[in-house]
Design a protein around this ligand. Structure first.
Ligand code: PLP
Length: 442
């Protein structure tokens, strides 16, 4: 058995990590996670940690959940993978039916892929091809929101509005019209007016609007004003433009409903889901489309209406089996109705964190929380101090894992967490904030 010191050396010699300054990583002590149970992770030395960001916003029902373990094992006993190009498999069909049953009304078709980014790429390409197929090839532009995040592939980055992540790639991207971040608008009317103004100028060139519903998660858990999503839906209909809703972060219960769209009774034309779809087990994503969009792609092969897009692992059977088991748990354990009390409990716990001298605004929807760290009232900590990173590092020393977004501390626990567990996680986050901000002051 290889010892952990040798393992660290091997890993640092060869592994390049996402969203990580590797010079810092090389001088750090890598944390090897080797186990997980419920809402806890275990490292190679046997230490336990709270998984307070659901392993990057994916875990729903806890780690090593027996129902999902068993479903994956059952699938493994029959076949691990076969292609969806020209073939299919039972789990893909069953999952599609289940997804359609829980999705907003009208989304009857499921196109599988394997990450949030690919689900978004697919939605953009489908929207544009739909416009072409219905006689509008000139409708090639997309409208997105400032501070939005839709993934890291080039199409997803094109519609992404976070300068820190996306700025350097600007020359590689297709042109997109960005609306001011709705979270900074006075209300939904003001935010929606920006869309109307833009469409008055160039509706004829636009294929679709893409947005994260209710909350721009990676932008720093920025809440859109209530009613904005419903207004966007209405405006898109008025101008004959498609609405793509990216539920990659918000889907599968995170906001307190199965999908965030439900809060405002909105059915998009295309919806992207990933992350929580498998309960956090395996990479899987889906782009859901309406019958109207799907029908436009039907024709003779020679008409070239086919959607020429697919990935090697599209609709992987193991991942589909995990997703079916996850949706079954939602039903069996009445997960969504159980969230109301947990959400209220978290809101209550956050009151004490809100009192801290170096905490500014706190934003919460469902079990998605962003806590702003501030130097003084109205004054942010300088970026280079990496206060968010320091607080999260201290939280790790106190047995809790989460990742910041700049100076925003993210709390996004698995939905299965009990009130006791949620309370303990927030207590540790509070201590980490208190300690690190006090040390900085001294
Ligand atoms: N869309 C949203 C709203 C996201 O939050 C993310 C990831 O955080 C993505 C897309 C990209 O998903 P993935 O990392 O699976 O490619």
């Amino acid at each position: 058995m290889i010892n952990s010191t040798d393992l660290s050396e091997i890993e640092k010699r060869h592994v390049w990590h996402p969203f990580t300054q590797m010079r810092d990583w090389e001088s750090s002590d890598p944390l090897f996670i080797v186990g997980g149970k419920g809402v806890k992770l275990t490292d190679i030395d046997g230490n336990e940690y709270w998984d307070a960001n659901s392993s990057l916003w994916v875990n729903i029902h806890g780690h090593c959940r027996s129902e999902i373990d068993d479903a994956v094992k059952r699938q493994l006993a029959s076949i691990e993978h076969s292609t969806m190009l020209g073939l299919t498999h039972p789990s893909a069909a069953i999952l599609a039916e289940k997804l359609v049953a829980v999705a907003p009304r009208g989304l009857n078709k499921v196109f599988y892929s394997d990450s949030g980014s690919t689900a978004v790429e697919i939605s953009l390409k489908m929207a544009y091809q739909y416009q072409c197929l219905t006689g509008h090839p000139e409708r090639s532009r997309f409208i997105a929101l400032e501070d939005s995040y839709h993934g890291d592939t080039i199409g997803a980055v094109s519609v992404g509005g976070i300068g820190l992540f996306h700025g350097i790639f600007r020359r590689l991207l297709f042109p997109v019209d960005f609306l001011p971040c709705p979270a900074r608008a006075k209300d939904a009317d003001e935010a929606a007016a920006n869309l109307k103004t833009l469409l008055d100028q160039r509706a004829g060139e636009v294929a679709a609007v893409i947005l994260e519903p209710l909350i721009q998660a990676a932008g720093g858990m920025l809440l859109s004003p209530p009613g904005f999503l419903a207004k966007v839906r209405k405006i898109c209909d008025q101008y004959g433009i498609l609405l793509i809703v990216d539920e990659v972060a918000t889907g599968f219960g995170r906001t307190g409903r199965m999908f965030a769209c439900e809060h405002e009774g909105v059915s998009p034309d295309l919806m992207c889901v990933a992350k929580g779809i498998t309960g956090g087990y395996l990479p899987l994503a889906a782009t859901l489309a309406t019958d109207t969009i799907y029908q436009a792609f039907l024709g003779e092969y020679s008409e070239l209406k086919t959607f020429f897009h697919g990935h090697s692992y599209t609709g992987n059977p193991l991942a589909c089996a995990a997703a079916i088991a996850s949706l079954d748990i939602f039903e069996k354990d009445a997960v969504i109705s159980g969230l109301t009390a947990k959400i209220a409990f978290v809101e209550d716990c956050l009151k004490s964190i809100a009192q801290l001298k170096h905490v500014g605004n706190i934003r919460q929807i469902g079990l998605m929380v962003g806590i702003d760290l501030i130097e003084n009232s109205g004054v942010e900590y300088p970026f280079e101090l990496a206060m968010g990173g320091r607080v999260c590092r201290r939280a790790r020393d106190l047995s809790l894992i989460t990742r910041p977004l700049g100076n925003v501390i993210i709390f996004l626990p698995p939905l299965v967490s009990t009130n006791d567990e949620l309370g303990e996680m927030l207590r540790i986050i509070q201590i980490a904030i208190e300690q690190v901000t006090a040390e900085h002051e001294n």
